[in-house]
Every structure is written in structure tokens, then in C-alpha cells.
Design a protein around this ligand. Sequence first.
Ligand code: 4AD
Ligand code: MG
Length: 433
Amino acid sequence: MAKITTIERLGRHEGEKVTLRGWIHRRTSKGKLHFVQLRDGTGYAQCVLFKAGVDPELFEAVGAAGQESSVELTGEVIADERAPGGFELKVSAGRVLQSVHDFPITPKEHGTDFLLARRHLWMRSKRQWAVLRIRDAVITALRSFFDERGFLCVDSPMFTPSACEGTSTLFEVDYFEGEKAYLTQSGQLYAEASAMAFGKVYCFGPTFRAEKSKTRRHLTEFWMLEPEVAFADLDEIMQLAEEMLVHVVKRVLERRRTELETLGRDLSKLECIQGGFPRITYDEASEILVRHPDSDFDPGDDFGAADETILSNMYEQPLMITRYPKEVKAFYMKEDASNPGKVLCVDILAPEGRGEIIGGSQREENLDVLLAAVEKHELPREDFEWYFDLRRFGSVPHSGFGLGLERTVGWICGIEHIREAAPFPRMMTRIRP
Ligand code: 4AD
Ligand code: MG
């Protein structure tokens, strides 16, 4: 019996006989030869069948099998510089598990709607394979970064009784006995409770925004990683965010180079993410925009997507913008004592014109100031009583941020729309499949 292995590990078996199990990605046949480009989820490998080297039934079955037919192929692993991955399989035995012929996604160009409606099959294509494997490496790198620094993963609930990031983007759910619940917009408020219990924590899970925006940066369901650190100020979590992004990019370059190359990503744009991120204030960013011919920015407003594109195009590394006006930010942010009207917050914009991937702040730790903010934002005070307890019992300065996973993956992959960075993207106009 030949050993069963995967394409990713093929190089460790040079000269040995192994079995690969997967699907036919492409096949070209020339009389007495079949070249099968096999995919097994871990990679792509060329498998060669000589008519004289295999059973006639197998040769015929492979010759009749279309794209996405499932197969098991056994043969010797041969080093070949010309083969993608450097190795190919010289097939001596095998079987076709299911022979198929009408796989709807072919090498020709398809429209995005066509592909999105077939996301369950589209994810098998090479580009999607690359993106989703990079997403996996980003997740692993994020978790290892926080784990190595002594953070505890404490997750926040998805059903919540109240808003965290403004009331206009809440998804309402019928809970029990007439009670309304909302899908969480952010795990932050609960992460603050966890930070008071465990010191350094993060939560990582799905978050939901009923955003009526159809931009390439918005999903209605996306994953957010949110660290929260007791005793940390704004500068400390900015430093943390910078080290985290440097770590993630470095790991992806180490572990997913083939996938980045598959996407045609310019690696030099990632290799320069080394730390020392530029830092400017909201006021400095406003001045830049006011003078910019392509911007219709009004000072005092939040930055729009077009403004973020201008700003993030100016630097090679992610750009940190601090101290936004209180009015455009969430109720929990702490005012900057030396800069009244501004809050101790940071938005981090990914380079190459991509825009915000991280939003964070120092939190207001004074109960009375927080009570006034909840009132000003017209939030229901009774739903926040538990949150006020955090300011009643051992309140300390603390800070945190939220990183949008799909936007981060979209930037690292260099893809146009973040919908490709989610396995099954949820948008205003699509919840199927
Ligand atoms: O800036 P946001 O709204 O910040 C918060 O939710 C804070 N409570 C986080 C914290 O301090 N713990 O969202 C954080 C990030 C954004 O920078 C962006 O990357 C992502 O979440 N994000 C979205 N990603 C995809 N689709 C959307 N509709 C998104 N809205 C926010
Ligand atoms: Mg934000």
C-alpha cells in the first residue's frame, strides 16, 4: 500500500510511491498521455499518466473525466523543475471516484454575480484557494501574536441587548416573549469587562452591521479581533497594533508565499511593512485633504472612503490617524485633556489607498463623564448599567482596538473587493448560498 499524502507534502516523498486524493483541476490529453493538474486543497500538482504505465480502464476513465471529477492517484514522486511546486506524480494506479462533466465554473471569465451565486463551488478555484488560505494564515498569526504576549482569549456574545457603535446599523432579532435583541456590532463592551477580570484579553468573532453601503469595503457580517488592555493608554495600544500588523504580514510572507504569488501580489509592498508607522492627527489629515484638489472634505466631518484613499496612498506603511472630533466617534471614547473636543482614538489605514482596517481608543473610565456621554448619544441607560459597574468597581485607564479581518486580508492579498476575503460573504444584496 502506498502512503497517502497531500500535495503540500509531496516534496518530502521524492522517489517514493504515494497516493494523492483530490479533484481534477485541468486535464490535457495527448494520445498516449494524460496530464492531470490535481488539486487537493493543499495545493496543485501535475500527475502524469502514460497509457503503457497504467491499467487501460484507468487510462480511459481519466481521459473521460471532466473538471472537478474526484480521483485517487498513486505513483512515484519525481522532482521536476518545470512542474508547479517542483514535483510531479508519475501515476501507476488509481481510480476515478466520480466522473463529472458540467462543472459550472470553467477557466473562461464569469461575471461576479454568477460566481457569488455559486460561492460554494467558486471557492474551489485557484484564486479563491489562495485568498482563503491567506485568511487562515492571518487568523493563526493574530492568535499566536496575542497568545505569545500573554493575552487571554475571552469571547463576547453575539446576541446583545444594546448598541455599541451607534444605533443606525443594528440588526434586530426577535428574542423570546416579545423581547428584542440585536446582533453585536462589536465585542468591545464585553471585552472591557473581561479586561477588568483578566488584564490583557482579546475577543475574536463575527460582528454585524446593517450598513446600507454597497462599497468594496463593507460587509454586513465580518470578523473582528478586539484586544482590550487594562492600564494601557492610547500610545500603548497604538504600539501594540503596529507590532501586531508587522507580525501578521511577516508570517503571511513566510507561510503563504505561493498563494501571494498566485494572486500576482507585489511582495515588495508587504516586505516594507517593518514598523515605524507614520502617525498624524485628525487636524493634520484635515489640512492635507482641504488642500487636495480631489477632495471635497469639510473640516469637522468624519473621513469618507475617498478621503481615506487619498491619505493612505501617501505612505508605504499603514497610517495612524489620532484624535478625531468627539462628535464623529463613539460614546465610550475618552476626551483628550490637552485637546478639548478631540478624543483619544486612532484609526489605522492600510496603504495602497485601501483605507481603515483598525479603529481603537482609550476608554472613558470616569463614571459621571460616561453617564453624560450615554445621555448625549440618547442610548438607553438601563441597558448599560452592567457596563457602568466597570467604572464603579476598580475603574482603571484602559484601551483597545478592533481589527476588521476581511479588510486586513483584502489588503494583504491586494484584492479589489473584500467579499472575496470571506468564505461566504454577507452583503446588503446577498445572503445566499
Ligand atoms: O471602527 P469600528 O467601528 O470600531 C469598533 O467597532 C470598536 N468597538 C473596536 C474596538 O475598539 N474594540 O470597527 C473596527 C473595524 C474597522 O476598522 C474595519 O476594519 C472593520 O471593523 N469594519 C468592517 N469591515 C467590513 N465591513 C464593515 N461593514 C465594517 N465595519 C467595520
Ligand atoms: Mg471605525
